[in-house]
Design a protein around this ligand. Sequence first.
Ligand code: MD3
Ligand code: FE
Length: 216
Amino acid sequence: AALGPGAVHVPDWLGIAEQRELVEACRGWARPPAGLRVVRTPGGGTMTARQVGLGWHWFPYGYARSVVDGDGAPVKPMPPWLAELGRRAVGAARSAVAGNGDAYGDEHAYDYDIALINFYDGDARMGMHRDSDEKSGAPVVSLSLGDTCVFRFGNPHTRTKPYTDVELRSGDLVVFGGASRLAYHGVPRVHPGTAPRDLGLTGRLNITLRVSGFTD
Ligand code: MD3
Ligand code: FE
């Protein structure tokens, strides 16, 4: 279903076997060096979701090739199979909503070179923000695993209303392109204990795939 112009939600896109494989891969990426970390914000606070990056390391507010605000290790590489999953996701979102092809362009052209993986426990949240540290306008692909969350999808102009709240469940895909690429969004809550029993995951994982647009 369309969430907004260029924003498409495809519930249950990943089967349970693919979800398990992604969870297992995330466990590996979470391990040090350059593993899961607490993100410190410039104001002296910390993000409640823990994060690990592949390809590039995100810090407030930029990207680097090593964990400049953590253990200093080089960031793990972006696996080609994950970049391919990103292209497949854009194609699936285009097919799911007629008329979104223009917003997305040709997915074959997108070289997904960043994965940001956020881990949420039951108390974690993400405040309303825009993702504007990438130089490419390629659509952002979001994959949800584990506990259901409330995702708040806003508008490109203000952090506040109007916004739409939608539940994202394990296996759901959302693609944000076109006019939605710079929309404010956040995660006001997670529903603990709602992950599929056979996934073997406590909490919620979100994988976003992005094109940096950096030459290096
Ligand atoms: C809309 N993550 O990593 S996924 C983020 O569930 C982020 O962890 C949330 O916001 C999460 O930056 C939301 C949905 C999402 C991700 C990136 C976007 C929506 C987006 C980029 C542009 C517009
Ligand atoms: Fe975001």
